[in-house]
Design a protein. Structure first.
Ligand SMILES: [Zn+2]
Ligand SMILES: [Zn+2]
Length: 247
């Protein structure tokens, strides 16, 4: 499995690309406001993307959706050209969000909105359900501790029960995150946006206290969703835009 980090920034942001990543070159996780810029910086073409995941409806995760979908629509010659079926997985309420966001971004009657509904299988995420992406990739989701409703992402290879990759999404620390760590993924990408324990996002100290001791020897821990420059220390490494992980 290949994970490519496109950006690491969160809402509080020093100008870094916002947090998002690709799984196996065709699944895009998150559509932040600068999604077109971070895709281009990592040389990913819009045609490469066949699945989009949005973990929750905060602006740093979904405000780029109109720009992404409009440009996919344009690339299809206004919707007249056939292309393969697309998928969008997001929390319940995604259809209403699409109409609101895309309508606000241009106008409620712009044809890219209907094009989106025609060309995407729009799926409301259910916790614990396994979504077969391709024969060699499945996705699963688990609630994070964050408001609005937010899902962590688990990804595994076809025919294998254990996930290879887990991304916690935005979350504070709690037992569900502990359970995720114990699923033993080879690569764990975790929220590190907090500055002290108990905040909306996990802090580096909480990660060191709660996650590092439970991490399997063969697992790698990568932190994302942070502002400013962070220095990797021990098993806690910080992601950078453009990083590529093969697991
Ligand atoms: Zn966020
Ligand atoms: Zn958030």
């Amino acid at each position: 499995m290949e994970i490519r980090i496109l950006g690491t920034g969160g809402f509080s942001n020093d100008g870094s690309f916002y947090n998002c990543f690709m799984i196996d070159k065709h699944v895009l996780a998150e559509t932040p406001p600068d999604i077109l810029q971070s895709l281009k910086a990592s040389s990913i073409r819009l045609d490469d993307i066949d699945t989009i995941i949005i973990t929750h409806f905060h602006g740093d995760h979904c405000f780029g959706l109109p720009f992404l979908l409009f440009n996919m629509y344009i690339r299809q010659n206004g919707g007249r050209q056939d292309r393969r079926r697309l998928r969008l997985l997001a929390p319940p309420g995604i259809r209403e969000r699409i109409r609101t966001l895309l309508g606000l971004a241009i106008s409620p009657d712009h044809p890219y909105i209907e094009w989106t509904f025609l060309n995407f299988d729009i799926i409301e995420i259910e916790e614990g359900r396994r979504y077969e992406e391709r024969p060699d990739l499945w996705l699963e989701f688990c609630h994070s501790y964050h408001s609005p409703e937010t899902f962590s992402i688990l990804a595994g290879e076809g025919g294998k029960e254990s996930p290879i990759f887990i991304a916690t999404s935005d979350t504070r620390w709690g037992p569900a995150i502990d359970s995720l760590v114990h699923r033993g993924a080879k690569l764990l990408l975790c929220d590190s946006g907090g500055s002290k324990p108990g905040e909306v996002h996990m802090s580096p100290d909480e990660i060191r206290e709660h996650i590092v001791p439970s991490l399997a020897d063969t697992s790698r821990l990568i932190a994302t969703h942070f502002a400013g420059r962070r220095v990797s220390e021990g098993r806690l490494e910080y992601a950078q835009a453009g990083d590529l992980f093969l697991v």
